[in-house]
Design a protein around this ligand. Structure first.
Ligand code: ARG
Length: 481
């Protein structure tokens, strides 16, 4: 193996301790395609920042402390004659969280009494009642297991630090804000008003409860003072823009954030919707949100069939295990790339057929192109490590020059990706690199040519750069398909 040393091509880090808040699904609700976008965009941004040598904290701000727990726990306690019990319910109660959520929601919306009891249940939970806390923990644990399974499949690392983590800080924070004179009362609620935004940033509701806003303000303070982050990025859909403008505005107003050269940077990384083939928000046939797990299953199954067919056609044998790995790598890679290649701010149409095309700007095309290069390096009798030590790359043919130039643009592509926080920049680069290699293949024979040594080295350099791109995009390329 040639020592890659590609890390030395990385641009210098813009900040040293960066916190990326991404994925952040809500407990008891299934992760949907919106969370897919947050998860993969956040992961790729984190990977690219890590590549520059920055220390990156990958934080999963799970919605684990909302009012939804009132109705869930209330429903659980009423579904069985013995109530919640010391354990806070049973395994079956939480085995099918989506159904539990749906059933509780229907009652909450249609039964006035149940709604009242649910609201009381929130207060009981928040007062620290042992049974309710046990039930809440049960629900969170079951949800976390599902999330983890998705992260394992997508090869995404995250540290869980949900909203509930900030609970102990909420009341003292609001106390400080009152003392500092930052709070205005609005319809009985405690609010901060931020310049140019009429909607109040509500840090304490009229019933005394704390919500999303207070939690985010406490989280921001924690991230600055305890985590000592010097850049904080939040990855959510564009629908939350106002919330983050208010959050950053409030933080400036209370002196938590300061502008200027050495100030901490905060950014809201927004993204658009995932649309179905009909151009409307992606939904299942029955009109419900598409489950992320189902979407990944489908992409994988389709790739599995395509890969098997290819091997059968060649009359070659692929083991079950290799087929399984290849199908996951290609299927999940295809889903990720189909998302990442778009400017994150725009909506995009989700289509299995399109994303699994072997031609065009798809992960499948890029993976085949990569495997082809690996094939050349596998088929040569020459030892590329030795060549690298003894031979030079000579660029004479215009396609060789074009390829070398494109390889040399890798650092610039990484730098742009970070500066603009747009992963599609890296996709564009990788796709262009593959196109340029295609041109090279068409006109420049490698094995058996006069300049075999030099061209083999050029292929090896391309493989190294492509591998680095795939890694930054969270895609596992295959050496052989
Ligand atoms: N749980 C929220 C949602 O699903 C996203 C949280 C984003 N992070 C944050 N610090 N507010 O919409």
């Amino acid at each position: 193996m040639i020592s890659e040393g590609i890390g030395s091509w990385a641009p210098p880090p813009l900040k040293s301790r960066i916190l990326v808040d991404f994925s952040s699904p809500n407990v008891a609700k299934e992760m949907h395609v919106g969370h897919l976008r947050s998860t993969i965009l956040g992961d790729i941004i984190a990977r690219t920042l890590e590549f520059t040598g920055a220390e990156v904290l990958r934080i999963n701000h799970i919605g684990d402390w909302g009012t939804q727990f009132g109705m869930l726990i209330q429903h659980m306690s009423e579904s069985r004659p013995e109530g919640l019990g010391e354990e806070g319910g049973s395994e079956e109660d939480v085995a099918d969280l989506q159904n539990l959520y749906r059933a509780a929601r229907v009652r909450f919306d249609s039964e006035e009494d149940f709604k009242m009891r649910s609201q009381q249940a929130v207060r009981t939970l928040q007062s620290g009642d042992a049974q309710y806390i046990a039930a809440w923990k049960r629900i969170c644990a079951a949800s976390r297991k599902q999330f983890r399974d998705i992260y394992r499949r997508l090869n995404v690392e995250l540290v869980d630090r949900g909203e509930s983590f900030y609970n102990p800080f909420l009341a003292p924070l609001v106390g400080e804000l009152k003392e500092g004179g930052y709070i205005e009362e609005w319809q009985g609620a405690q609010c901060i008003f931020v310049d140019n935004i009429k909607v109040p940033f509500m840090v304490q509701k009229s019933d005394g409860g704390f919500g999303y806003a207070a939690t985010d303000l406490a989280a921001l303070k924690y991230r600055l003072t305890e985590d000592k982050a010097d850049w904080i990025l939040y990855v959510t859909d564009v629908g939350q823009s106002q919330h983050f403008q208010q959050l950053f505005g409030a933080a400036r107003k209370i002196g938590l954030l300061t502008d200027g050269e050495c100030g901490v940077k905060v950014d809201h990384i927004t993204f658009g919707l995932v649309l179905g083939e009909d151009g409307k928000r992606l939904k299942t046939r029955s009109g419900t949100a598409v489950r992320l797990a189902d979407l990944l299953d489908e992409a994988k199954a389709r790739c599995r069939a395509a890969i098997k067919e290819r091997w059968d056609e060649r009359g070659e044998y692929i083991s079950e295990e290799d087929l399984e790995d290849a199908a996951s790598a290609m299927g999940y890679g295809a889903v990720k790339y189909a998302d990442l290649k778009n400017n994150r701010m725009s909506n995009y149409r989700f289509s299995y057929d399109e994303m699994l095309h072997t031609k065009g700007n798809t992960a499948v095309y890029l993976m085949y192109a990569y495997a082809r290069l690996c094939g050349i390096l596998r088929n040569t009798e020459r030892d590329v490590v030795e060549l690298a030590a003894n031979e030079k790359i000579v660029l004479e043919h215009e396609k060789e020059v074009a390829l070398a130039l494109q390889i040399a643009r890798f650092p610039e592509a990484v730098e742009r990706t970070i500066r603009e926080l747009l992963p599609n920049r890296l996709c564009e680069y990788l796709c262009e690199l593959s196109n340029v290699v295609n041109g090279f293949h068409c006109e420049c024979q490698v094995i058996g040519s006069e300049r075999e040594a030099s061209r083999l080295l050029l292929c090896q350099a391309t493989v190294m750069v492509k591998r680095a791109c795939f890694k930054l995009l969270g895609i596992s390329p295959l050496n052989r398909i």
